[in-house]
Design a protein around this ligand. Structure first.
Ligand SMILES: Nc1ncnc2c1ncn2[C@@H]1O[C@H](COP(=O)(O)OP(=O)(O)OP(=O)(O)O)[C@@H](O)[C@H]1O
Length: 586
């Protein structure tokens, strides 16, 4: 405690002292407030830190727990790994011993293989030597095969020549068979009762150039292969050229004094008109003359005849043509003209002459000087030919077409023998030759009935002789099943006439084959008209046309049966043309 100093008022000292104390007290109190505030702040911080500490403790605990689990997991993984490593070690050990075994085995096998390879190499060497021997042998065999093939070809040619001579001696009818390609219209269904079958399936094949094979199948039955032999079989790819190449020799025969008839037979749509004439122009019966490679037998035969004639002495031959159709058992002259010169079909009749030959009186014969004149006339005649669309195809011919080319050969007595190659024929023909010949008129026209007057009879002189040979080219109407062609009404009547005339033709062949005394030529105008070619002395070629599809199987089998029957016919040796000495007035 402070004592008042000497000389100073003790009260003022004390007051001063009090004031100081009060000031200090106030300072202390302020300090206390500050400290309390700081204390409160510190409390707050403490509480905050306590909270933090609590949370950290929790996290630490969680971490501890996780760490514990981790440790557990690690120890189990380690245990597992230990196990696995142990097992791996064992596997490795067994693998190692296995590899050792394997390698030992491999070595053993390699050794064995090596021995085998060595043996094989030795074997190959031996084989090579043997192979060389075989090659030498094969070469020898190839050579002998070639020789045998050549001999076989020669023998085949000889056989064919002999067969042809045999055919000639027996008077057999040659039958060639042509299979046309499948065409778009073959897809159309025909028989309503049999729609399930694949109509466009091909069933007719050329097995070789003399055999046709037909796969015959009926629903529910195994298919059976049937074969038919003909003098020549053309497959669907063979061209018009190939077909004509086999026909051409007959034309040489024609100029050698034989009558020749080529006739296309087959079911409707099988390619008869295509084969005989060529493809027809759209909407028109004429055929396309421009497409030379597509021309059929008729135009080609004409060209060939005129070519052969051109090689003969000039003026010694002339050619006449007649075109008829047999429609509904009536004969129509397709070259007959009205008073204005317009062609119109006129009915004609067929008669049997006193000599037993068939003849069509008043039939128009036009003289032609070259192939194009001939084709022009045929095309004109074709415009009148009756056709109808059928279910099979659009231009079905409803009539039989017979184009006849008559070649008259004029010879003068001294030269007569030079025209025919063999002496015997020359002598025979020389005796038989007629002494008249029709002179070509300016309008190139003659008729058979008027032969006595219209072709002017020249004064008979011993020096002038004539001989006629005839080439008949026949495009028959198609044999057909009514259900297949789908025709009705008048067309059905036509079909019935067509079928009747074709079966009359088959009957005639049957009668000739069986050498019956009576051959029913007169049962139909067709057979009556073709009497001399079918039963007479003509070289006859039947060109059988076949559609290859399943759809036409029945009709194809019927046509093949017809061809087989035709082939069996023996008519006696085909003769060279007999020359008739026309009686006076004929
Ligand atoms: N070999 C072939 N190559 C190509 N097309 C052909 C062949 N044969 C026929 N055709 C075609 O088939 C169709 C029918 O042929 P085509 O008119 O010649 O039959 P068809 O037997 O004369 O019939 P139809 O008796 O009904 O007159 C025609 O369109 C013809 O062009």
């Amino acid at each position: 405690m402070m004592r008042p100093r000497r000389g100073l008022d003790p009260n003022s000292v004390w007051a001063q002292r009090l004031r100081q104390l009060e000031q200090r007290l106030r300072a202390k109190e302020e300090r206390i407030v500050v400290l309390e505030t700081e204390n409160a702040v510190l409390h707050l911080k403490l509480a905050e830190y306590q909270g933090l500490a609590g949370r950290s403790t929790k996290e630490v605990l969680q971490l501890y727990a996780a760490h514990g689990q981790q440790m557990k997991f690690q120890s189990s993984v380690v245990t597992q790994l230990h196990g696995a490593i142990k097992r791996l070690k064992q596997d490795l050990k067994s693998l190692h011993s296995f590899a050792l075994e394997l390698s030992k085995d491999f070595q053993r096998q390699s050794k064995a293989c090596l021995y085998q390879v060595l043996a094989a190499v030795q074997g190959i060497q031996l084989h090579n030597e043997a192979m060389q021997m075989f090659q030498i042998k094969a070469f020898d065999l190839e050579q002998s095969l070639q020789e045998v093939t050549e001999r076989y070809e020669k023998e085949k040619q000889k056989r064919k020549a002999l067969h042809n001579s045999l055919i000639e001696l027996r008077g057999n009818i040659r039958v060639h068979c042509r299979i046309r390609p499948l065409l778009p219209f073959d897809d159309a269904a025909g028989h309503s009762q049999d729609r399930q079958r694949n109509f466009s399936e091909k069933v007719a094949y050329a097995a070789d150039d003399e055999t046709i094979l037909v796969k015959c199948s009926r629903p529910g039955h195994a298919s059976v292969n049937k074969t038919f032999q003909f003098d020549r079989v053309y497959n669907d790819l063979e061209s018009q050229d190939a077909v004509f190449a086999d026909v051409a020799p007959l034309l040489t025969s024609l100029l050698d004094g034989y009558n020749v008839c080529i006739m296309a037979y087959g079911q409707t749509g099988s390619g008869k008109t295509y084969t005989m004439l060529g493809p027809q122009l759209e909407g028109n019966l004429a055929f396309a003359i421009e497409e030379e490679s597509e021309l059929g037998i008729i135009p080609r035969a004409t060209q060939e005849v005129f070519r052969l004639i051109s090689e003969k002495p000039p003026g010694s031959y002339w050619v006449e043509v007649s075109v008829v159709e047999v429609y509904n058992n009536e004969i129509f002259d397709l070259l007959a003209k009205d008073s204005c010169g317009k062609v119109f079909g006129v009915k004609r009749d067929v008669v049997t002459t006193r000599e037993g030959k068939s003849d069509v009186p008043s039939l128009t014969h036009e003289t032609v000087e070259n192939a194009s004149e001939f084709l022009h006339l045929v095309n004109k005649g074709l415009q009148l030919r009756v056709t109808h669309p059928t279910l099979v195809h659009a231009h079905s011919s409803r009539s039989h077409l017979v184009v006849t080319l008559t070649i008259t050969t004029v010879v003068f007595g001294d030269n007569f023998g030079t025209l025919w190659e063999d002496e015997q024929t020359s002598q025979r023909l020389n005796k038989e030759a007629s002494f008249t010949f029709p002179q070509k008129t300016r309008d190139n026209k003659s008729t058979s009935s008027s032969r006595a007057s219209s072709p002017v009879q020249l004064e008979a002189t011993e020096k002038m002789k004539q001989v006629k040979t005839r080439l008949q080219l026949v495009d028959l109407a198609g044999s057909e099943c009514v259900g297949m062609s789908g025709v009705t009404g008048a067309a059905l009547r036509e079909t019935s006439f067509i079928n009747r005339s074709l079966s009359a033709l088959a009957d005639v062949l049957g009668a000739i084959a069986e050498q019956r005394a009576h051959v029913p030529y007169r049962n139909s105008k067709l057979t009556h008209l073709l009497q001399d070619s079918v039963g007479g002395d003509a070289k006859l070629l039947v060109m059988l046309c076949i559609s290859p599809g399943q759809k036409y199987l029945t009709e194809s089998m019927q046509s093949l049966g017809f061809g087989t029957r035709a082939r069996q016919v023996q008519r006696g040796q085909v003769k060279k043309k007999n020359f008739s000495v026309p009686s006076k007035g004929k």
